[in-house]
Design a protein around this ligand. Sequence first.
Ligand code: HEC
Length: 270
Amino acid sequence: MRGATRDGALILLTLVVALPRLAAAYPNGTGEYVTDAGPFCAGCHSSRQESQLREMPKEHAAQQLVDGKHVATITKGSAPYDKLSEPDRATLIAQIRAVDTATTITLDAPKTVKAGAALTVTAKAHGGAGPVVGVMLLDADLRYQARTPAAAGWMISGAPAVTGPDGKPQTTWTDKRAAGLAKNLNYVMVYGMKGDAVAGTYGDATVAYALQAPSKPGDYTLAAALLYGTEKACPLATVKRIGFDLPLGGFAGASGRVLFTAPRTVTVMP
Ligand code: HEC
């Protein structure tokens, strides 16, 4: 009996200690998944472009887009947005749209490269709520099917070189790789990003990927994806916690985003 009480207390204590970590894990990024990643993992996020879901039925795509998945729940005032008055919900929607309009991702890549040659492709991200954004280098601009370009023979030859919003090199993400593992990842989380929909100020980050071109000549595509949040850039949807903020829409809300660059065709020459 006493043992059971002690076990119960221990479980409770573990929960209390573990919960804030868990709560900080998805909004605020996925701090532990320091590995190659694809955008399919972000099931809760809303898609910024219909083209990300072009292989899916139209109705499915509509459900995943910002309007259908995120904004509609705010307009309706469904829980947890029922806490806000109708005018506040309209203000919040305007601010969320401002974050989306401001947030961009681009990918610079050469049009041609010799088979097996070294090259650098650079993703530039602007915006998002912060405190982090996620950048992925991919073979296509498809939310459910894009994968690391390594699968098509591009070798990511070193740790992605991140320039943080302070303009300085940032190795926070790749420093988290376990000892002995290579750091040549296609996915990076950039720290120190801060978006403010009211002030209209946002962070910038650059991720440069050192690559070696495939050995087989032909046309290949590369794309970059940006994973970011919107609600924590809006005062009406920022829930303060000790040490971190949460989006009002919650852990499983649709306030995250998946945004792709257009696919860039790179011709690998013999
Ligand atoms: C359970 C739902 C859920 C899943 C699954 C999820 N996310 Fe998110 N994520 C969110 C929410 C909600 C936000 C938006 C926070 C906001 O609006 O401010 C977010 C935001 C982010 C951000 C930006 C940080 C922030 O708080 O603004 C990154 C980076 C991110 N997610 C990466 C990922 C990756 C990578 C995966 C897959 C491994 C993933 N997410 C899966 C819910 C999820």
